[in-house]
Design a binder for this molecule. Structure first.
Ligand code: ADP
Ligand code: MG
Length: 273
């Protein structure tokens, strides 16, 4: 197996792409599970009102459950909402509920509306250290995503190897730059992950080549294949890592997790030098 060292500051990823259905949630939960398997303590923050990440991690998130909504709107301490996934004691989740659907509008009139997640998360992490936080963003560039970008150190963009893969990307990159300039100078776009890759089609190959040409240093070597096992795992309340650990999708997410962890080691060594 691979040994990876996790140390120092937590790495906080915003899993973002304003397009829906590109594999944000699937990648958030499967990378989280694979990183937990590597020995990292991982917290998934479900910032999408649909709550798909909570579902995939088997975390109750009915309307009565304390959720990220309570943290953002009512300043409930983060520690009061975090649950442990049955999949691993290393895998934590801050669930979302349907209440979050209203938060985008409710946040507008709040004090420090762009910093609510950052402040709550910082207070939590000071008492409950983790190695990795993955924030699963909704498919929009509104205040919820801005809260994720303000709280994060890194942006991870999943790109579906399909038609129009790069459409809307310049708007996303522009938003990241705006956040860097005005709200969070630490934020870096570090990682691009190609998802739903179909090796049989010329189109998937072309999209992959095009994305690699645009972002040579950011695209992970590992590519996530389109696979039924990946898409059916959430209906069993499991990640594909737990559901079918030898399937092609699980293997690819593990490889991606190792790359992400190793890149983190390299950059923390560079900082020490
Ligand atoms: P997003 O969070 O960006 O909206 P999701 O992760 O929910 O996207 O994925 C959209 C749909 O595609 C879901 O039904 C999911 O199960 C499916 N899906 C995601 N990744 C894969 C994959 N590698 N193979 C097959 N289906 C996938
Ligand atoms: Mg999603």
């Amino acid at each position: 197996g691979v040994t990876v060292r996790f140390s120092g500051e937590p790495r906080i990823f915003a899993m973002s792409n304003q397009k829906g259905g590109v594999g944000k949630t699937t990648s958030a939960v499967n990378l989280a599970s694979a990183l937990a398997e590597l020995g990292a303590k991982v917290l998934v923050v479900d910032l999408d009102p649909q709550g798909n990440a909570s579902t995939a991690l088997s975390i109750p998130h009915t309307a009565d459950v304390r959720s990220i909504y309570d943290v953002l709107i009512d300043e409930m301490p983060f520690a009061d909402i975090v649950q442990v996934s049955p999949e691993s004691s290393n895998l934590l989740c801050a669930p979302s509920t349907i209440h979050l659907a209203g938060a985008e509008i409710e946040l507008v009139s709040q004090v420090a509306r762009e910093f609510r997640l950052r402040r709550a998360l910082e207070a939590y992490l000071a008492e409950h250290p983790v190695d990795v936080v993955i924030i699963d963003c909704p498919p929009s560039l509104g205040l919820l995503t801005i809260n994720a970008f303000t709280a994060a150190s890194e942006v991870l963009i999943p790109i579906q190897a399909e038609y129009y893969a790069l459409e809307g990307l310049s708007q996303l990159l522009g938003n990241i730059q705006m956040i860097q300039k005005h709200l969070n100078p630490q934020l870096r776009l570090t990682t691009i992950l190609l998802t739903m890759f179909d090796a049989r089609t010329r189109l998937s190959q072309q999209v992959a080549e095009e994305v690699r040409a645009h972002f040579p240093d950011l695209v992970l070597e590992a590519v996530i294949p389109r696979s039924v096992r990946v898409s059916e795992a959430p209906s069993f309340g499991q990640t594909v890592i737990a559901y079918d650990g030898n399937s092609a999708g699980a293997v690819a997410y593990r490889e991606a997790a190792v790359e992400i962890a190793q890149r983190g080691e390299q950059s923390s060594q560079n900082k020490e030098q």
